[in-house]
Design a protein around this ligand. Structure first.
Ligand code: NAP
Length: 278
């Protein structure tokens, strides 16, 4: 390995489960780029020093995952519009010697639905987003950027209200879901529900219009019960793994100078170690 070879890393704690090394290493290998992507398990206590010294450690940038996204937001010199709006940084890189932070989750969410259902924008005027955590913030930001009306539905209504106020959406508890579903063109699950090891997402899809699109950002298992049921009812569906793959594209381009593509080969490579169903 050459000392000048560009390398990036994913910083988190714990981080061993991250699929980012497999994903970025696939692109480095198939594009013939001499570079590396590593796991960096960094505690909350050590994170401020680690990110301050990122370049001295030999990194051109990296991804930030739980629990460091807000700390990274504070640590960078400047941020892109998405990171500023969302309040969290998931990607860092250097510009003119300064560490810059971005958030690629909204890009990943939108790029994947654009690729899966190219004509969706015309159809989708009203979205219902289930959840008000970090992913729901990015998704609501992205959907509002595209001009959709967004209803945020969350167990903790105060969290939905805070998110909705930031992005010009409406906020609701689960008891208000039924009429919202009836009016929705796009339903997004951005909660932990339906994920392997978590409770099921129990909603009545019969309330949806037949043309409504159902997007589940949970990707373990690959086909969630929500997606399976929606597909069975004839809805167009979008899965979570594609969002994960697409959010990595702008990050790779920042670090290694080449914009990679999300291909069936990449997808098959990453799918290989994710359970199809639970
Ligand atoms: P988070 O910040 O912890 O938010 C979790 C959300 O799930 C909150 O809205 C929470 O509601 C809700 N929730 C958790 N348990 C619940 C329950 N028993 N009943 C009702 N609601 C419940 O997590 P996140 O980072 O936003 O991630 C959310 C999901 O998205 C995860 O499954 C994650 O794997 C997935 N994700 C996928 C991608 C991708 O690229 N495909 C990217 C990011 C995240 P409260 O506010 O009431 O607690």
């Amino acid at each position: 390995m050459s000392g000048t070879m560009p390398k990036a890393c994913v910083m988190g704690h714990p981080v061993a489960h991250s699929r980012s090394p497999k994903l970025h290493t696939f692109w480095l290998r198939t594009l013939g780029i001499p570079g590396a992507y590593e796991l960096a398990d960094v505690t909350e206590q050590d994170f401020p020093t680690f990110i301050r010294d990122l370049r001295a450690r030999g990194y051109v940038g990296g991804n930030i995952t739980v629990p460091h996204k807000e700390a990274a937001f504070r640590a960078v010199s400047r941020r892109d519009d998405a990171a500023n709006a969302i309040g969290a940084v998931n990607t860092v890189w250097y510009e003119d010697g300064h560490l810059v932070g971005g958030n690629t989750d909204a890009h990943g969410f939108l790029s994947h639905i654009d690729a899966t259902i190219p004509d969706w924008n015309g159809a989708a005027g009203r979205a219902v987003v289930l959840g008000a955590g970090g992913a729901a913030r990015a998704i609501t930001y992205g959907l509002r950027q595209r001009g959709l009306a967004v209803a945020v539905v969350n167990r903790t209504v105060a969290r939905a209200q805070s998110l909705a106020a930031d992005f010009g959406a409406s906020a609701h508890g689960w008891t208000e879901l039924a009429p919202l579903l009836g009016a929705a063109d796009l339903l997004v699950n951005a909660t932990l529900l339906g994920m392997a090891g978590k409770p099921a997402l129990d909603i009545d899809l019969a309330l949806l219009k037949p043309e409504a699109i159902v997007y589940d950002i949970v990707y373990v298992p690959l086909e969630t019960a929500l997606l399976r049921a929606a597909r069975g009812r004839g809805h167009r569906v979008v899965d979570g793994l594609g969002m994960l793959l697409h959010q990595a594209v702008p990050a790779f381009a920042r670090w290694f100078g080449v914009t990679p593509r999300v291909t069936p080969e990449l997808r098959a490579h990453i799918e290989a170690d994710i359970p199809k169903a639970v």
